[in-house]
Write a protein that binds this ligand. Structure first.
Ligand SMILES: *Cc1c(COP(=O)(O)O)cnc(C)c1O
Length: 434
């Protein structure tokens, strides 16, 4: 499930003690396990073995570090991109743009042109006006743009409101009732080549049920489209959820007590067992777009305790990572296991907070933790997805460094920003200078 384990009283990533990394590279520090990423990719890829020609397209927005992208490209992954910038990263990392699908509700002309020049596999179209724009840009380049329309199946994914995407309350995709009409229009446009159909209902989905429901709802439409057009693929999107680690739970029972109940763990096997039988008879190339599942539990954010501050109401463990480094608890109420890097005696109940001037700058509230003090290190687990990718320079805090671990080897894959990075590109207007 992942390669962060306690060995000889030390929390390790694969063969490296995390305290060594924290001391060598400083904190806050993101650490990724190459083995975990590889293992998750392969498990999914193998589980879909019953679907000839299937393609796993890693959703890059979860973690777009060049080393992570290159690792996945080496494994044969395609990429689900949501901006021209992400496509640029694929190219920079040595990935294959012809294995990229491009989602997003607001693709600009510049992005569409760039994606056509890079020869991407498909634009996953989110509205009727987007088709017209892609057609125009393709024609201006003398090309035909491959497209799939994103079907919004109006299915509840039973996940957090900020990460559900497959209902009519959301801005994503074309309502299932309107999809045929949009395809009919697309078929008339010489700048458009219909290549497939796509769907993505949300994120952190921890049972197969919502996926099955969405696929079943879309199947009659997909078959109809197959009979009308030259369809090559059906992408069922991403969204496979992750859960917390029972191994660390049993090693550290007290720290676990406040964890939300982990629901049934949606393994690649369970996912595939439910979905492959529905999809195989179509004879289409099946794509999936997992992000969180591949990298979520493959990353941890290491941080150092600055102060332990007690008030009559509460104890605050103040760490050197902030919501600018990891915004998920503030943004999505997400739970991250918080584990000390070396075994400690005793526990305390505290809010774990960052140094940023916002009340929302916290990682845990009223959490029972290992008893830690100033200078001790902590790991925030399950931080490999939507962690660094959502980091900002808020409060003029430089970006953390990122390290990739492979067995006993480790390498910095993003250097820590320095103060000079913070003002790069800024200038004082001439008239302000005296
Ligand atoms: C975000 C996103 C994904 C990946 O979601 P995960 O929950 O990380 O698997 C896949 N497809 C699309 C279109 C997305 O926007």
């Amino acid at each position: 499930m992942h390669d962060f384990r306690i060995k000889n009283g030390r929390l390790c990533c694969e063969g490296v003690a995390l305290e060594t990394l924290a001391r060598t590279y400083g904190t806050p520090l993101y650490v990724y396990s190459q083995h975990t990423i590889t293992d998750h990719y392969r498990k999914l890829d193998r589980a879909l073995g019953g679907l000839p020609g299937h393609l796993v397209c890693f959703a890059m927005k979860a973690n777009s570090n060049l080393a992570v992208v290159r690792l996945l490209a080496n494994l044969g992954s395609g990429f689900d991109i949501v901006s021209g910038g992400e496509l640029y990263r694929v190219a920079q990392a040595g990935g294959d743009p012809r294995r990229c699908v491009f989602a997003g509700v607001g693709k600009t002309e510049t992005e569409i042109r760039y994606a056509l020049e890079q020869d991407i596999y498909s634009f996953n179209v989110e509205s009727a006006p987007e088709i017209e724009r892609i057609h125009r840009v393709a024609q201006s380049l003398g090309r035909r743009a491959p497209i799939a329309i994103r079907v919004n199946p109006n299915v509840e994914a039973h996940t957090h409101a900020k990460i559900t995407t497959g209902t009519y309350e959301n801005k994503f995709g074309v309502a299932i009732e309107d999809v045929e009409a949009v395809y009919a229009r697309a078929a008339k446009l010489p700048g458009i080549r219909i290549r497939g159909v796509q769907m993505h209902i949300g994120s952190q989905i921890t049972s197969a049920g919502p996926f099955v429901k969405a696929v079943k709802k879309a199947l009659p439409l997909v078959k109809k489209l197959q009979s009308l057009y030259d369809m090559e693929f059906f992408s069922i999107g991403g969204g496979i959820g992750i859960c917390h680690d029972p191994a660390l739970e049993s090693a550290t029972p007290a720290w676990w007590r406040r964890a939300p109940k982990a629901r049934a763990w949606l393994t690649p096997r369970r996912y595939a067992d439910q979905l492959v039988p529905l999809l195989a008879p179509l004879g289409l190339r099946i794509l999936i777009e997992p992000g969180r599942f591949i990298v979520g539990n493959a990353g941890a954010l290491l941080t150092q305790v600055q102060f332990v501050k007690s008030t009559p109401e509460k104890t605050f463990v103040i760490v050197d990572a902030g919501m600018n480094d990891l915004i998920r608890p503030a943004f999505y109420d997400s739970y991250h296991q918080i584990v000390p890097l070396r075994k400690t005696r005793g526990t305390l109940v505290a809010d774990v907070v960052g140094p940023i001037c916002e009340s929302g700058d916290y990682f845990a509230k009223d959490r029972r933790l290992a008893a830690v003090g100033e200078g001790d290190y902590l790991a925030l687990l399950s931080a490999g997805a939507y962690g660094m990718a959502m980091a900002s320079n808020y409060n003029s805090r430089p970006f953390a460094a990122e390290v990739l671990v492979n067995g006993t080897r480790h390498a910095v894959v993003r250097a820590r920003q320095t103060r000079s990075h913070l003002v790069r590109g800024e200038s004082v207007a001439e008239w302000l200078k005296k």
